[in-house]
Design a protein around this ligand. Structure first.
Ligand SMILES: [Fe+2]
Length: 372
């Protein structure tokens, strides 16, 4: 039997297992009538309520809590719904999934999708977005050799978001490089553009030509490495999740600066959700020099662990393939290639991770696992 007791700022409701407290403003704000039935947006304005808002009357009627407010408004809450909130089981989110770590042997197991199938089959896009949430990396094969092919693929997940270098970027050898990616030199493991206030979320790299000698792609699940760091060097891990380090990107037209955590934690489930790692775009660490005594060992340990062959997936991208990956979770790099030995051309762009999760929620609801 549920009982309800009105207090000054809220009410106490007993469930079979426990008694829970609910604040009056929270209850009134989340009355079923607060929402527009078409847009699902809140139309109720809690700011208009009196400071001493309270329920005048409360009773439990056939599985519902019924409240009558000072102004006569009535609210009805399902007890099961209230119990979920009191237990900390909030609005279920199918996009909060447990990430699956992977290691150097992942190439043969990597999720692969066919471009034409994705374009024609939203159920396959649901599978694709799920693999990006779980493993953070996938390969799409069979892209047309055109700029439109990449754009159309991105649009299956969301809107292409610009970075300070524009909506798309091209990676090939340049005579006058302003960024290391535009040369034939090896490219250290990094995540893209941590100097941006919101570093790009999902990265698409469409391989248009690759017949140069060398230039293998290097990918690392930095989450798997960070989890290992947490287990073996908890103090290093803690520091890298707590300090926002400076990053900077400068060209003749840009001076972009931001501070980021080197290891990011997912607020939804406490997992490592990503990293910001780029030695070539790191600013000068500007903490007290005593902090450097702890920061450099932590930074070097983490960076070296990422280079460990146990974690490093090395492979060759082929023309017509697009590697799609979580730019926060997956660090990437490139072995050097022999300039003049052949052509190498990748075209890339980004979509935010929020769009990936949104697309997944919508498509998975429509196409449950296994459904076509
Ligand atoms: Fe990059």
């Amino acid at each position: 039997m549920n009982t309800v007791k009105l207090l000054e700022t809220g009410l106490e409701l007993t469930f079979p297992q426990a008694t829970a407290y609910f604040n009056y403003f929270w209850l009134r704000d989340n009355c079923a009538t607060s929402w527009d039935s078409v847009t699902q947006e809140r139309t109720f304005d809690v700011l208009e309520e009196p400071d001493d808002l309270s329920a005048q009357h409360a009773e439990v009627v056939s599985g519902d809590l019924k409240l009558v407010w000072q102004d006569g408004h009535q609210s009805l809450f399902s007890l099961a719904w209230l119990e979920r909130w009191s237990n900390g089981e909030y609005l279920p989110d199918i996009a909060v999934r447990t990430r699956v770590p992977w290691y150097s042997d992942h190439y043969s197991k990597m999720a692969r999708f066919d471009y034409t199938d994705l374009v024609n089959n939203p159920a396959s896009v649901a599978d694709w977005t799920e693999s990006l949430l779980d493993e953070g990396v996938s390969i799409v094969q069979g892209l047309p050799d055109s700029n439109e092919g990449l754009k159309d693929l991105c649009n299956l997940i969301g809107t292409v978001r610009a970075s300070f270098s524009g909506h798309e970027f091209d990676v090939f050898s340049k005579a006058d490089p302003e960024n290391l990616a535009y040369t034939s030199k090896s490219l250290e493991l990094h995540t893209d553009l941590p100097p941006e206030e919101l570093p790009p979320g999902v990265q698409f790299l469409h391989c248009r030509i690759n017949d140069a000698e060398g230039g293998d792609s290097l990918f690392v699940d930095a989450m798997a490495v960070a989890n290992k760091l947490k287990a073996e060097f908890p103090e290093h891990f803690k520091l890298l999740t707590e300090l926002r380090v400076p990053f900077r990107y400068t060209t003749k037209d840009h001076d972009v600066r931001s501070r980021q955590f080197i290891i990011e934690i997912d607020a939804n489930n406490g997992e490592v959700s990503g990293v910001n790692f780029s030695q070539h775009l790191s600013g000068i660490f500007d903490f007290d020099q005593k902090i450097m005594d702890a920061l450099y060992p932590a930074f070097r340990q983490f960076g070296r662990m990422m280079q460990d062959p146990k974690y490093l997936m090395k492979f060759r991208l082929h023309a017509g393939e697009c590697i799609v990956f979580d730019n926060h979770r997956i660090a990437h790099g490139r072995a050097a290639y022999l300039e003049g030995s052949g052509d190498r051309y990748l075209r890339g762009c980004y979509v935010d991770r929020g769009e990936l999760r949104s697309k997944y929620r919508v498509l998975r609801a429509k196409y449950p696992n296994g459904a076509e």
